[in-house]
Design a protein around this ligand. Structure first.
Ligand code: XMP
Length: 314
């Protein structure tokens, strides 16, 4: 179907579903941004867009999202809840538990916002792979995506999911059609850096992962712009709670490990690891170990396809 028709149909459906004040969590990611623009087209000022800074976002992300919404002409309320999220995640190491905590805190923050604006509806940017991989139909639960499995059952809002039947490539096409500048941004998981900080989530470890992700992103974008490699579909770093010995000056220091992940994919359902030239990987490794001296002393590259691996580590 033509993208314009998909947009018209989605807007019409939203108009038939929503008849009162509505709230949406905008992460700045392509899914929630497309959902917000569609909902804004459908119900205009009935829609309240809220951006929750969980403390688990990428470098400069909050400012960029605020600018994007301002350019789209949609009002965005920014709520800084980073302390709350990091406090609740303290001591939680199980990945599914982290997702549950994040999902729950999201909804608690929303309850506050909902009370403020009296929202009766909640628009979510759930796309097909989210619910298929969360155990839709008779499939096994692979992981509970925070916008599906992590929702508490007592949520007092009608949930509307305009992108539920769409795959990532379709959402990208719609984003381009709607003039959303993030349409070429790589995907970023809803629970943010929490899925890339394995083990304990502490402010220091989140900061290290954020910096490593930033280095991978900027180095690979620069290498692609210089024609040294293709820009992968998704590329990032994860921080592993694996300590190994390294040398720092004259001393032997036990530092943690960063894994670099870069994949080509169409929709995230399957993926191949990207063939990044070794000299580009070497630059990434050197910058990470220099920037995170004393904290990270080893960088590895993940050469696993999906399946059998997933794209994220968790
Ligand atoms: P996996 O790791 O399952 O990821 O191979 C497939 C794609 O989904 C992204 N991802 C998420 N996106 N909420 C999201 O909106 C989530 O909880 C989530 N977990 C993973 C991942 O980055 C990849 O693009």
């Amino acid at each position: 179907m033509q993208t314009q028709m998909l947009v018209d149909e989605a807007v019409e459906t939203l108009q038939s579903q929503i008849d009162d004040t509505t709230i949406i969590a905008c992460s700045g990611g392509i899914d929630s941004t497309v959902a917000a623009v569609l909902a804004h087209r459908a119900v205009g000022n009935l829609l309240h867009c809220v951006y929750v800074d969980t403390g688990l976002m990428r470098k400069d992300e909050s400012d960029e999202v605020a600018h994007m919404f301002s350019d789209l002409g949609i009002e965005l309320k920014v709520v800084d809840a980073s302390e709350r999220f990091l406090n609740h995640l303290s001591g939680v190491t199980d990945p599914e538990e982290k997702r549950k905590v994040i999902g729950e805190q999201f909804i608690r923050v929303f309850e506050g916002e909902q009370e403020g604006c009296g929202a009766k509806f909640l628009v979510q940017g759930t796309i097909a792979p989210d619910w298929i991989e969360s155990g839709g139909g008779n499939r096994d639960v692979i992981k509970s995506h925070h916008n599906v499995g992590g929702l508490p059952e007592d949520v007092d809002l009608v949930i509307v999911e305009p992108l539920r039947e769409f795959y990532k490539d379709e959402v990208r096409a719609i984003a381009r059609d709607l003039g959303i500048p993030s349409s070429e941004r790589q995907p970023f998981p809803g629970p943010g850096l929490a899925v890339r900080v394995l083990g304990d989530i502490t402010p220091d470890r989140v900061a290290a992962c954020r910096e490593a992700c930033y280095i991978v992103e900027t180095r690979l974008q620069a290498a692609a712009a210089e024609g040294r490699c293709e820009l992968p579909w998704q590329y990032f770093a994860a921080l592993l709670p694996v300590r190994s010995v390294g040398v720092h000056g004259d001393a032997r220091v036990h530092g943690e490990t960063v894994v670099v992940r870069a994949v080509t994919s169409l929709d995230g359902m399957s993926a191949k690891f990207s063939e990044i030239p070794h000299d580009v990987l070497a630059e990434i490794s050197t910058e990470i170990t220099n920037s995170l001296k004393g904290q990270v002393n080893r960088v590895v590259y993940d050469i696993t396809h999906k399946p059998p691996g997933t794209i994220e580590w968790e």
